[in-house]
Design a protein around this ligand. Sequence first.
Ligand SMILES: Cc1cc2nc3c(=O)[nH]c(=O)nc-3n(C[C@H](O)[C@H](O)[C@H](O)COP(=O)(O)O)c2cc1C
Length: 311
Amino acid sequence: MNTINNNFIPDLSVDIAGMHLKNPIMTASGTFGYGEEFKDVVDLNLLGAIIVKGLSLAPAPGNKPPRIVETACGMLNAIGLENVGIEAFVRDKLPFLKKLSTPMVANIYGKTIDEYVGLAARIDDVDGISAIEVNISCPNVKAGGVAFGVDPRSVYQVVSAVRKASQKPLIIKLSPNVSDIATIAQRAEEGGADALSLINTITGMAIDIHTRKPKLANITGGLSGPAIKPIALRMVWQAVNAVKIPVIGIGGIVSAEDALEFFIAGASAVQIGTANFMNPSATIEILEGLTRYLKSNNMATLRNLYGTLVL
Ligand SMILES: Cc1cc2nc3c(=O)[nH]c(=O)nc-3n(C[C@H](O)[C@H](O)[C@H](O)COP(=O)(O)O)c2cc1C
């Protein structure tokens, strides 16, 4: 006989980076457009938060095609952070997002610290943007093109500069292309991050053996999807153990079971990326799966699962 009481609605809500979210399911930047593109397939008001495509000060055309290649259990992309630019975003995309009950997070990137600061300052008093996610995986042109996110000193510099420029909650999105994620996470926390999100894509490449050319015009690209999930989970766990601020898990999550692994590792929320391309309703199905898991385990709140890894 089933003695489990199924007549309750589990509490999935979470407070993170100054936001109260109905649930911990967010969309990963660059995989959900500006939100509106998904309005006919996803009830956007059911999501925990919407994170939009990475924004720069000026519109960016991105890289030349081919920019996407399918790989085993994942994909490589070299979109090159194509976007409409902050002004067109605020003018044309934000009005739709403001009508939703779901908080919206603006993901930003720059090639210099001044560009990051300019974006953060521009967004600071814009209504309808609940938090800023700072993508530090971008090449720092003043440091020979090495990504900000791979050097602990430049992580601290960019985070503290953005912190000074904006009152909005800051989520710092970390690059996995590093050897010591714990130190990077600590420098971001010291710089003033309210939360961390990780991982961004892992640098990879693919070759066409007939032409012997790289399959991406950019030669290398970022690997995402289920192929990267074990790496993401390991890095999230290491970051959780290195800092006191909340950590948002990203990387290869396609099911509720995947998301649950991240919560057990200590993540307070997760982002769904490549799964949106495979199944546009992935976010909602993951949400439903979380509710089913909590009910079948007779757990009233998801928060009770956070960081419960048994060692
Ligand atoms: C096509 C594509 C575009 C992306 N664009 C961005 C972006 O603009 N800014 C950003 O911070 N991350 C971007 N990402 C990285 C994702 O947000 C996410 O961190 C990564 O894909 C790992 O998660 P996943 O395996 O669930 O896709 C992009 C990923 C993909 C696949």
